[in-house]
Design a protein around this ligand. Structure first.
Ligand SMILES: [Fe+2]
Ligand SMILES: [Fe+2]
Length: 199
């Protein structure tokens, strides 16, 4: 397995503060801008990539909404736990597998097909490292909440911590998914698609 450089070597790359892809990717983005996707026959792999990402967006949105319901007192901690804990487990397992397939297989194959994607691969791999830290925080909050549900003590503070932790993952994950799509979908649709696998 290739080691990942976790250092941020370019201004504007950091997922925690990035609001758009850095300017050096402008030429890549211009090949097939997102605004043209609806009028373009995207490659099957591109459609599959987008569908997987939409599942992450939808599931995260559902979990954040469940947190809102609990925070507003419209359900109790037992009901929130019964909803959130199994979905969170599935979400984290699926996202970690997705990132592993991209980092170990799909991204290297993209770069082999088009070496100009190397800078994009490096940025997206660093995103994965930062997102994994978020997932570990959520996992810890979920375990603490689950333990509190099984104890005699109040679980409310642990529920609120989990709700906050899940909500805080929204901005960086949505940023990563959108930026990855902007970098990858044009290549999958216009470039050499042979031997691209994974995701
Ligand atoms: Fe990714
Ligand atoms: Fe992805």
């Amino acid at each position: 397995m290739r080691s990942i450089d976790t250092g941020l070597d370019m201004d504007g790359d950091d997922l925690g503060s990035r609001s758009a892809l850095p300017e050096r990717f402008a030429d890549l983005l211009a090949r097939l801008p997102r605004s043209a996707w609806t009028n373009t026959r995207l490659a099957p792999m591109a459609e599959q990539w987008l569908a997987v990402h939409d599942w992450f967006r939808g599931t995260l949105g559902d979990m954040i909404e469940a947190g809102r319901v609990r925070a507003e007192g419209r359900c109790d901690d037992q009901a929130y736990g019964a909803y959130i804990l199994p979905r969170l487990r599935q979400f984290i397992d699926h996202l970690e597998l997705h990132h592993r397939l991209e980092t170990e297989s799909a991204f290297p194959e993209l770069v082999t097909a088009d070496p100009e994607l190397e800078s994009a691969r490096a940025l997206l791999d660093r995103d994965h490292v930062q997102l994994e830290e978020r997932l570990l925080e959520i996992q810890a909050a979920a375990q603490a909440f689950n333990s509190s549900l099984l104890s005699d003590e109040s679980s409310e503070a642990f529920a609120m911590q989990l709700i906050a932790s899940v909500a805080q993952s929204e901005r960086p994950l949505l940023r990563h998914l959108a930026d990855e799509e902007d970098l990858v979908i044009p290549h999958l649709t216009l470039g050499n698609k042979k031997n691209i696998s994974g995701a």
